[in-house]
Write a new protein. Structure first.
Length: 186
């Protein structure tokens, strides 16, 4: 009869001991640190656009990243992204600035997104005039195995059609002196 009670008693003690053991502490919450890292990535990314160096700009995208541009098919993969960037930066008037007003990092710390506003200046392909476009963007980031954050999805759209670029005020030309015409009236 003692055998009958010893097996259930052993099981009960084992369950009790497992239940009393402490769970491992939760992983540290690094979301604020990761959000700052993404803001730093975006600051450097904006600077890379000033160089118009396609390879430097493309370093911010993962190998399998996609860009979703208005009125265009999805651009996926670094070779296609570089080709799109090359045509953009070839425009002598092209410039781009952007700034996130929100960066959210997943609790797991492997995915994040930023959203904010951008301003782009470029040559309108139809009119050949310099235009400025303002709009909004969302970029999804994935933490890479080496710990760096890279964009895996990048989407943007304009707030309104691009408007003629505002040029810096240049000094007004000197007034011309009007001379009386020496031509005879007929």
């Amino acid at each position: 009869m003692q055998k009958r009670y010893s097996v259930p008693a052993a099981v009960a003690i084992a369950v009790f001991l497992v239940g009393c053991s402490e769970a491992p502490p939760p992983a540290p919450d690094n979301r604020a640190v990761d959000a700052k890292a993404i803001r730093d990535v975006e600051t450097a990314w904006v600077q890379s656009y000033t160089t118009k160096d396609v390879d430097k700009i493309a370093l911010n995208y993962a190998d399998d990243a996609s860009i979703f541009m208005p009125d265009a098919p999805v651009i996926t993969g670094l070779p296609a992204i570089k080709a799109a960037l090359k045509s953009m930066v070839a425009d002598k008037n092209f410039s781009l600035t952007f700034s996130a007003d929100k960066v959210e990092v997943s609790k797991a710390g492997d995915l994040a997104y930023s959203q904010g506003a951008y301003t782009a200046t470029m040559t309108n392909l139809k009119t050949k005039k310099v235009v400025t476009e303002t709009g909004k963007f969302v970029t999804v980031y994935k933490k890479q195995p080496i710990g760096a954050w890279k964009a895996v999805a990048d989407i943007f759209n304009a707030d309104a059609p691009a408007a003629p670029a505002k040029h810096r005020a240049s000094p007004a030309p000197a007034p011309h002196k009007h001379h009386k015409s020496t031509a005879r009236k007929r």
